[in-house]
Write a protein that binds this ligand. Structure first.
Ligand code: NAP
Length: 371
C-alpha cells in the first residue's frame, strides 16, 4: 500500500508535500523513497538509520520514534498503511490531533473502534477509508440520507480456496494460501483473505466507520472483485462502486477527497467483464466471518483480542507450526474462553492485545491442544 501511495504522490507533486515516510525494516526502500520525495523525516520502527537519506531528512527510530516524527512534522493527512496492531498508535495520534486519517490499517478499528471513533468525534478528525470495500461504501453513501440506508453488502473474492473441498483444508500449504486470485497484497492480509478473517475485520471496520449494527452488514462472495461493495436503500435502490482491483483507486480517492484526482489508469472496458457472480458466504468454509458478529455481540475489547490472536496464528501458519484451519480455530477458542472487558483508554486496548497474544501462544505451546 505504501509503495502504491508513493506512485500517486509522485504523480501529484503540485498538490502534496510528503513530510514523513515510515517503514519497519525496509531500509533500502525507505532510503529510495526519501531520495525521491525529500521528506522532512523518515522513520524505521525496527532498524537503524539507512545510508543514503537526503541531508534534509531527519531520522527517527523505533515505535516511539514514529510518534516523535509525527509530532515533529505535524502532517495534515496520515496515510496509515502499517500492517497489524503496530498501526494503532499512529491512528490514535492522527485522530487525537484532529488530522485526516486515510486508513488502510483496518486493525486500528478492529482493535479500538470503541476508543478511536469518539476520539475522532471530539477532535473533529476525519477518517477516510482506504480499504476498497469501505471506500466503496463511503462513496455510495456520500451525500445520501443515512436514515434511508437499509444494508451494506461487503464483497469478498472468496480467496484461493473458494472451491477447494473442505476435507482438504488441513493440507493447504503456505504457498497456496499466499496466492490470492485477484489482489496482490502483504502476507498478513493475503492469509486473512484466504481464511476470510480479513472480511471479518471488515465487518467490524464497517460497524465502526458507518455506525452500523450487525444486521445492516452482510458479506457476499464476488470472485471477480469488480464490485467493491454495494449499499441498499429503503426504496429498493442499490448503489455499487466498481472498478478493476487496484488499490491505487481508493488511495487516490482518499488523498484527493473531496476532489477527484486524475491518474493514468487503463480504461475500465465493461465488455471485458461479461460474468460477474455473487454467491452466498458459506460459514462452514469461512468460519472467521461469523466470529466478527460474535465479537460485535461481545463488545468491549474482544476485537483487540481477535486481532492479536489472528496475528499470532497467521505467523504460526506461515512458519509451518499450525495447519490452515487452526488459524481461525485459535481465535474461536481464545474468544470463547475469555470474557470481554470495557475499553476506556488506549492502555486497555494494548492490555487486551497482550492478553490475546499470550493466550494464543500458551495454546500453541501445548502441542496439539489447539486442533
Ligand atoms: N494490500 C492491500 O491491497 C490492502 C488493501 C486494504 C487494506 N490493506 C491494509 O493495509 C495495511 C498494509 O497492508 P499491505 O498489504 O500494504 O502490507 P505490507 O505490504 O506487508 O506492508 C506493511 C507495511 O507496514 C510496515 N510494518 C510492518 N510491521 C511494522 C511494525 N511493527 N511497525 C511499523 N511498521 C510496520 C512494513 O514495513 P517493512 O516493509 O519495513 O516491513 C510495511 O511498510 C494492512 O493493515 C492491510 O490490512 C491492504
Amino acid at each position: 500500500m505504501g509503495s502504491q501511495a508513493l506512485q500517486i504522490l509522485a504523480a501529484h507533486r503540485d498538490r502534496f508535500e510528503v513530510v514523513l515516510l515510515a517503514a519497519h525494516t525496509s531500509a533500502d526502500a525507505l532510503a529510495a523513497a526519501a531520495a525521491a520525495h525529500g521528506p522532512q523525516a523518515a522513520c524505521l520502527t525496527g532498524a537503524p538509520e539507512p545510508p543514503g537519506l537526503p541531508a534534509g531528512t531527519r531520522f527517527f527510530r523505533g515505535p516511539e520514534g514514529l510518534l516523535e516524527a509525527l509530532d515533529a512534522t505535524g502532517p495534515d493527512t496520515v496515510l496509515n498503511a502499517i500492517t497489524g496492531a503496530a498501526g494503532l498508535e499512529a491512528s490514535a495520534w492522527t485522530l487525537r490531533h484532529g488530522r485526516t486519517l486515510a486508513l488502510a490499517n483496518k486493525e486500528s478499528l478492529v482493535m479500538a473502534g470503541e476508543y478511536l471513533m469518539p476520539l475522532a468525534a471530539r477532535s473533529g478528525a476525519r477518517i477516510l477509508p482506504v480499504d476498497s470495500e469501505h471506500c466503496a461504501v463511503f462513496q455510495c453513501l456520500h451525500g445520501e440520507d443515512r436514515g434511508a440506508l437499509r444494508r451494506v453488502y461487503l464483497t469478498a473474492s472468496g480467496g484461493p480456496f473458494r472451491e477447494r473441498p473442505l476435507a482438504e483444508f488441513a493440507t493447504i500449504t503456505r504457498e497456496e494460501a499466499l496466492r490470492h486470485p485477484t489482489w496482490v497484497m502483504g502476507p498478513r492480509i493475503t492469509i486473512g483473505s484466504a481464511t476470510m478473517m480479513n472480511k471479518a475485520f471488515e465487518v467490524l471496520e464497517a460497524h465502526w466507520l458507518f455506525g452500523l449494527p450487525s444486521e445492516q452488514i452482510e458479506v457476499v462472495v464476488h470472485p471477480q472483485s469488480i464490485v467493491h461493495s454495494m449499499v441498499e436503500f429503503v426504496d429498493g435502490s442499490m448503489l455499487a462502486q466498481c472498478g478493476v482491483p487496484d488499490m491505487r483507486v481508493p488511495i487516490l480517492y482518499c488523498l484527493g477527497f473531496p476532489d477527484r484526482l486524475t491518474f493514468d489508469f487503463a480504461p475500465f472496458a465493461p465488455a471485458r467483464w461479461q460474468n460477474l457472480n455473487f454467491l452466498p458466504m458459506d460459514p462452514a468454509r469461512y468460519p472467521a466471518v461469523p466470529l466478527a458478529y460474535e465479537v460485535l455481540q461481545r463488545g468491549g475489547d474482544a476485537g483487540a483480542v481477535l486481532n492479536a490472536v489472528d496475528e499470532v496464528a497467521t505467523a504460526a501458519f506461515l512458519d509451518g507450526r499450525i495447519p490452515f484451519p487452526a488459524i481461525t480455530a485459535l481465535s474461536q477458542r481464545v474468544l470463547a474462553e475469555r470474557s470481554p472487558r470495557p475499553i476506556d483508554s488506549l492502555q486497555d486496548v494494548l492490555a487486551a492485545d497482550a492478553e490475546g497474544r499470550s493466550a494464543a501462544n500458551r495454546i500453541l505451546s501445548c502441542e496439539n491442544s489447539w486442533t
